[in-house]
Ligand binder design. Sequence first.
Ligand code: PML
Ligand code: MG
Length: 255
Amino acid sequence: MRASEGGRHISGAETIVPVERLYTTAGEFLRRALSHPRGQADEVYLTVERLKGAPLYLKTLPVCTVNIRNTHEAWHFIEQILSNLGISEEAFKRAKEVIRGGGMRGAALITLSSGRRMERDTRRGVRATRMGIIPEAEERLHQLLISAGMHPTVVKEALILATKVSSCPYVVAELCVSDDPDYTTGYIASRRLGYLRIPFIKEGGVPEGGRVFFVEEDPDIEGIYRYLEGTPVMIEDLGDFMGEVSPGDVLRSTG
Ligand code: PML
Ligand code: MG
């Protein structure tokens, strides 16, 4: 689903479901487009297609929430952790520009060392699509998120997306800031560190946000698009939920 208002991006969502859940899912996505905190869509595109080929089955990244108290601390932590993952200051600066500028439908691809933008079309970006979760894992994830006091839909979808993205060869890390004005928790995800939730990544009321996928220096761009946009991925199992961790502990584990 892709929704916009006056050409401005409002909301996007994707999933893989059995045929009998199509009607409900289409209805839920439509409702989301028409009652979104970013505004009411005046154009909604729903695309439904049969899966071509068997999906890859993955386990979600392990999740923890970094104990952060304000936006300043959040960005200080992000800068340090990205640096420990091999991402240069240049690439970090470029990522901040993308996220603070907002307005992209997909994610930016930024090379980790020279900080170059690698998307075919920098306004559209690359979209991670064709991913879902098997019903049994979804039910368990729902219960876990509810008991941890996390938003069941937002975090579920972000974790599925981040798990697919981090499994893509050439992708070293993802940085995400929601474009929902009142959703102020973001994350950094990587194969090495899992899914690190970062509270206070932005001030409330700010509609700008976005996703950046940091990639190796000479990436196979066609291969990245093929995998992220084309290869179907299903979550079949859940990684650990580790609760709160201190920024210092995470940094020490990578430094
Ligand atoms: C989005 O708006 O889709 C991004 C959501 C980020 C969720 C971060 C979290 O709470 O784990
Ligand atoms: Mg959103």
